[in-house]
Design a protein around this ligand. Structure first.
Ligand SMILES: [Zn+2]
Ligand SMILES: [Zn+2]
Length: 269
């Protein structure tokens, strides 16, 4: 039995199915179970760890493998859901209240402070949360062999980088999480139709001007970065509906990686 049942707070449980998250059906009873995992050791702590697939990469992966439940009782401000008894509170401020609640229900074994490393925002020192949310990826794993054989042909200086830092990185390559949520940046060149959901990847400035609902505005646009480019709407080629740009920008490494090509204005000249 769970100490807290988020579905009582209006949090709908999801579960993994074929690598994707789907809603748990009405008649389907949420299940909790104990599983074995290599990232838990007997030499640290109790040897038992709570898995929360919405709040950590290991947790998410094991959730996907084992088909575990996925609960998201925290919003993007890091606050507990409004329906919970701790609703609207930042999670760290809710911690002592959660402990009080467990104590009152005689479910608390011990309360203590343990010092450990934790990520904080480098600008404002706010404690950060690992938070599972949808993102855009480039499936680099699909071209892994080409990347490795390409690396073999490169004359690296110093040479140890070839099979060392860079070769090792390519050998353990995972799909590139490409999108970032920022006010300013190189835009993800994707527009989605508001009527039929069709997504279009715009390949050039000429294409953007061609597809724009307001061609004059598209022609007048001199700065293609977000947020300026967001003003440009496109005509959907599938249904003639209005397409708006998806708000994400690109990982700045994309700009760095494109530099050798971009300096020659490839592939246009
Ligand atoms: Zn901050
Ligand atoms: Zn459409």
């Amino acid at each position: 039995e769970a100490l807290y049942e988020p579905s009582e707070w209006g949090v709908a449980p999801l579960r993994f199915q074929g690598g994707r998250l789907v809603a748990v059906g009405d008649g389907e009873a949420p299940q909790r179970r104990v599983i074995a995992a290599p990232f838990v050791s007997m030499t640290e702590g109790t040897g038992v760890v709570h898995v929360a697939p919405a709040f950590g990469a290991d947790d998410f992966e094991i959730g996907k493998e084992e088909g575990l439940l996925f609960y998201q009782p925290v919003d993007l401000r890091g606050e507990m859901m409004g329906d919970s008894p701790f609703g609207g509170r930042f999670v760290k401020d809710a911690d002592p209240l959660l402990l009080d609640d467990l104590e009152q229900r005689r479910l608390l074994l011990r309360r203590d402070t343990i010092h450990h490393t934790y990520p904080f925002c480098w600008r404002c020192d706010t404690p950060l949360l690992y938070y599972a949310k949808p993102s855009w990826y480039i499936r680099t794993t699909q071209v892994k062999e080409r990347l490795l054989s390409g690396n073999d042909e490169i004359g690296w200086h110093p040479e140890h980088i070839k099979s060392g830092r860079f070769g090792d990185w390519l050998a353990h390559n995972i799909d590139w999480a490409l999108s970032r949520e920022r006010y300013w940046g190189t835009p993800l060149p994707l527009w989605r139709c508001g009527s039929c959901e069709h997504v279009e990847c715009v390949g050039s400035l000429a294409e953007l001007r061609e597809m724009a609902t307001d061609r004059r505005a598209a022609k007048a646009l001199t700065d293609l970065h977000r947020p300026f480019v967001d003003a440009i709407e496109l005509r959907c080629p599938a249904c003639s509906g209005t397409m708006r740009r998806l708000p994400e920008v690109l990982d700045a490494w994309f700009d760095s990686g494109a530099m050798p090509y971009a300096q020659w204005h490839y592939p246009f000249e």
